[in-house]
Design a protein around this ligand. Structure first.
Ligand code: NI
Length: 396
């Protein structure tokens, strides 16, 4: 049976995959600085005799397998690390101060290289093309958008795309995802409240932006609780507030930062509009002025194609048994796989990596985050299954 063959081939490549993963783990690089990582990807593809294009969106790499023409499908991995000091006790601990692969993107890259190796061995039988997309800057830099804008989904046109994320909530040996929206639309928020500073003993001669900021923060919480359908979900979190330096001085201004999450683009845009209106009008009522900005790259929601998730569920079931493939709730985390899945039908899946026995129990973005590496060949196998299955379809 082809699926169990692919799993066996992925298991046979386990040490090779782990060695790549550990090299990446030791040398984490932040967004758009993944030069060493990119070089390792390129060297590995060269070693596998897989042609590639590099330097897309700075450090992105796209390898190509198969016949070179349509139908064409894509497998995607992200490569960047986070500005976190690693506290996990692993022998291949980060050698770079203040940087860590705390979101498992080292695993994603290694698993996709594993799939490249497995698929290369059966390249002759691929009836079409597989693009291997290694992207930079998932952690807020919208590397996926830049890769997509650079045309990686064209020539030949990609008809479907697959991506994996390590999933600490699920045990090793399982997969999880869902039909439709899986991850949230996410964006950043800056609000500056301008008042008039002065002596704190004479507030009547000042316009106090601190009190106004407090009102704005409180009022923003009513947008989700009072204006949104309770069956819809969204988050507005103010995560930073800065203003003033002294006990006895009312400052000129207060700066707020935060994050906005929603399960669809319409809700996300509604939240942005209402945040702007609420902040400016509350500020105006208090004789202050609010400046509202939405900096950075807002990520769209990651929406799985329903039929593709059906297919992936079946393939994953062949690998680990259908009782180990779970329909899991959507999450308010953001993910820039969304930029690809906006263009072509996509499926983004969580790979279980939780294992109490090896301390793999912490959430991603935690300094103690650890991965049960036994899960990695399963990720490689599902990538390979997706490619083989997609290219055996009669039409695309
Ligand atoms: Ni991640």
């Amino acid at each position: 049976m082809i699926w169990s063959d692919l799993r066996r081939e992925a298991e046979a490549a386990k040490n090779w995959i782990l060695s790549l993963r550990r090299q990446l783990h030791k040398h984490p690089e932040l967004m758009y600085e993944e030069f060493r990582t990119s070089q390792l990807v390129q060297d590995t593809l060269s070693e596998l005799q897989i042609p590639f294009e590099a330097g897309i969106a700075e450090t992105g790499v796209v390898g190509t397998l198969g016949s070179g023409d349509g139908p064409c499908i894509a497998l995607r991995a992200d490569m960047d690390a986070l500005p976190i000091q690693e506290a996990a006790d692993v022998e291949f601990r980060s050698e770079v101060d203040g940087k860590m692969h705390a979101c498992g993107h080292d695993c994603h890259t290694a698993m996709l290289l594993g799939a490249a190796k497995v698929l290369k061995q059966r390249e002759e039988s691929l009836k079409g093309t597989v693009k291997l997309i290694f992207q930079p800057a998932e952690e807020g830099g919208a590397g996926g958008k830049r890769m997509s804008d650079a045309g990686v989904l064209a020539n030949p046109n990609v008809s479907r795309i697959f991506g994996l994320h390590v999933w600490p909530m699920l045990p090793t040996g399982t997969f999880g995802s869902r039909a439709g929206t899986f991850l949230a639309a996410a964006g950043e928020l800056d609000i500056t409240i301008h008042g008039r500073g002065g002596h704190a003993a004479m507030p009547h001669q000042c316009i106090d932006p601190v009190v106004t900021a407090a009102k704005v923060i409180t009022e923003l919480q009513t947008i989700v609780s009072r204006e949104l359908d309770p069956m819809n979900s969204a988050v507005i979190s103010i995560t930073s507030i800065h203003g003033g330096e002294a006990y006895n001085v009312i400052p000129e201004q207060v700066k707020l930062q935060g994050t906005i999450r929603a399960l669809d683009t319409d809700t996300f845009q509604m939240l942005q509009k209402r945040i702007e209106e609420t902040a400016t009008q509350i500020a105006a009522a208090a004789q202050c002025r609010a400046e509202v900005a939405f900096p950075g790259n807002a990520y769209p929601a990651t929406v799985n194609d329903d039929a593709l998730w059906e297919t992936v569920q079946e393939l994953a079931g062949e690998l680990v048994g259908s009782d180990h493939v779970h329909e899991i709730p959507a999450l308010m985390g953001g993910e820039d796989f969304a930029f690809f899945a906006e263009q072509v039908p996509g499926c983004f899946v969580g790979l279980g990596i939780r294992n109490e026995d090896c301390g793999a129990t912490y959430s991603v973005h935690h300094p103690m985050f650890k991965v049960d590496e036994d899960a990695l060949p399963l990720g490689t196998a599902l990538h390979a299954c997706f490619a083989v299955h997609s290219l055996s379809q009669p039409t695309e």
